[in-house]
Design a protein around this ligand. Sequence first.
Ligand code: CUA
Length: 337
Amino acid sequence: MNRLRGVGCLLLVLAGCGSTDPPMTTFAPKSDFAEWIHSLYLQVIGWDSLIFVIVAVTTLLALFRYSTRVQAEGEAPPVSHEYLALEIAWTVGPALVLLAIAIPTVRTTFHAQPAIAPENALEVKVTAHQWWWQVQYPDLEITTANEIHLPVGQPVHLRLASDDVIHSFWVPQLGGKRDVIPGHTNAITLIPRVPGVYLGQCAEFCGLSHANMRFRVFVDTPEQFNAWSTQQTAPAAVPGRPATAATPIAAGARLYASSLCVTCHTIDGVSTQRVGPDLTHFASRTTLAGGILDNTPEHLAAWLRDPPEVKPGARMPNLGLSPQEISQLVAYLESLK
Ligand code: CUA
């Protein structure tokens, strides 16, 4: 049984290695913020290792030298009450080590929390909800969900707010964690250094689907970012209510506009509620349901069939849609590039 369990664990580990997702690691920093934290980590590990070596070596020395001597002579070693030099050494030594750790720690803390963002910083407002992330670019008038696009090399000022409970914003390769607190806006300023896709995850237990509260950060080249923002600010691909067309897309659009969907979601020109994610450019996103599923027609159909089944505790209820209604809504939503 134990051997079986061992094999099971090994398989799990190997499955982790074989994953095609980008790594969620703090050891491959891709922003200035993440680099500072990584460098601080290496410094602390260096000091810790030095202390470990000193303690281990002196312990072993004492063990071997004095235990044999006591055995040989058959008596306890002499008792000494004072050894001034030694006492000064083990007070001053650790104090210096603590100082050596404290200085870069405090410096990194202040460095990572600038009082004001740089002039040319891109403003991004991230609002945490149970269990998804709303992403807004006030200057660009873009609202999206669970996916943050950032241009490489430009400072970004992320303003982090919560709509309900305490969450934590964490993109291991770009920085964080930073608590996202109701009633108080926290901020992160960073410069993404390398284009790529970086996985993020809520890092503060926030309820049933805490583990399903994921997101992605796309660090784009300036051209990619401009193309993305142009697409996001363009009108929704499909007008709200193509009254008469008999296509599944048009049927889906009519269904959306006349169903409960509009009481929670925004699609520009159709509905304006912000309880759930903005769906105006839903099909341009790579994931759905709090970043846990790739955005495919099959996954969207499974989601619409029974959201809490896919993401336990999901605020979106099972609407009791028929298979035909689901396929019409999928056709419509997947057309919203
Ligand atoms: Cu949000 Cu955990």
